[in-house]
Design a protein around this ligand. Structure first.
Ligand code: SAM
Length: 277
């Protein structure tokens, strides 16, 4: 596979952590096999009814959300660059008898090009995705190459502003450069895994911060227009040490700091040229 060196480092990291994630309480695979839908209310409401629609899931990890869309009636294709994640996703699809509605493709989302099954009515990506991407233009090109003319792209991830704060501090302390862009942040070997902090990861990783304007511009440069921008003061994982999970399934701050945006959601659609029919 054609892959830049930062992504190649990250792929080893993801291959290592996938079995740890599959065994973790965080991902609760047993609950999923019992019928739990792993999608949050935010993305389910924003994406709407998917029955009979073709959905491309970028950075699908080991497929829980992808298969949850398939359970809701979508014909799904999950894309990820981790062979370990995709092998697990395919095994889970078989266990849930969803193989006829769910396929998985190994590809880097910044170089994937037009995939088998394109165009898709919905291109979807969520939670923990952009920090791994070193090339926003390549990422936007993949979305553009696979999106149907009347389809939409849906994005939900950590808010770029929230990702500049030190994750180990219960009060906001700026730690990362909001404008860092293509320069990678080097994470050394030995860091705790987010899904099972008792596991120390042997591999290194490279991550990236992207400003909101960089994300929107990458899509706009491909002729996509941004719609339905939403910001949420809670998140989908325990990002800071003071967070507690609410009855809504999302993680909320408990320290007395003014609310700040923690998740960012939006859609993008092809621009309609007036008079073009
Ligand atoms: C945190 S998961 C996101 C999925 C989902 N929200 C979850 O928690 O299961 C991030 C995924 O992105 C994948 N990934 C990272 N960089 C990628 C790239 N350049 N191309 C394709 N997949 C990539 C990793 O293999 C991993 O499965």
């Amino acid at each position: 596979m054609n892959m830049n060196k930062n992504h190649a480092v990250n792929r080893e990291w993801w291959d290592e952590v996938t079995p740890v994630h599959e065994a973790s309480d965080f991902y609760d695979v047993a609950g999923f096999l019992d019928g739990r839908n792993t999608l949050g209310t935010i993305e389910r409401q924003a994406v709407g009814d998917v029955a009979g629609r073709k959905l491309l899931h970028l950075q699908c990890h080991f497929g829980l959300d992808t298969l949850s869309w398939a359970r809701l009636g979508a014909d799904v294709v999950g894309v990820d660059f981790s062979p370990a994640a995709l092998a697990t996703a395919e095994r889970l699809a078989e266990e849930c008898c969803l193989e006829s509605r769910a396929r998985f493709i190994e590809a880097d989302v910044t170089t994937a090009g037009r995939l088998a099954g394109a165009p898709f009515d919905i291109v979807f990506t969520s939670i923990g995705v952009l920090v791994w991407i070193s090339d926003l233009d390549g990422w936007a090109a993949t979305i553009d190459a696979n999106l149907a003319d009347d389809g939409f792209f849906y994005f939900l991830d950590g808010h770029p502003l929230a990702l500049i704060f030190d994750e180990s501090s219960p009060i906001p302390v700026v730690h990362y450069d909001y404008f860092q862009g293509t320069t990678p942040i080097h994470e050394p070997a030995g860091s705790p895994d987010y899904a099972d902090p008792s596991y120390r990861i042997r591999s290194q990783s490279r991550s990236f911060t992207w400003s909101i304007s960089a994300v929107f511009s990458a899509l706009e440069n491909r002729g996509l227009q941004i719609h339905e921008v939403c910001e949420y003061p809670f998140t989908a994982w325990p990002q800071f040490p003071d967070m507690k999970r609410g009855d809504d399934g999302y993680w909320h701050r408990t320290t007395d700091v003014p609310p700040m945006p923690l998740l960012l959601g939006f859609k993008a659609r092809r621009q309609r040229i007036p008079g073009a029919g």
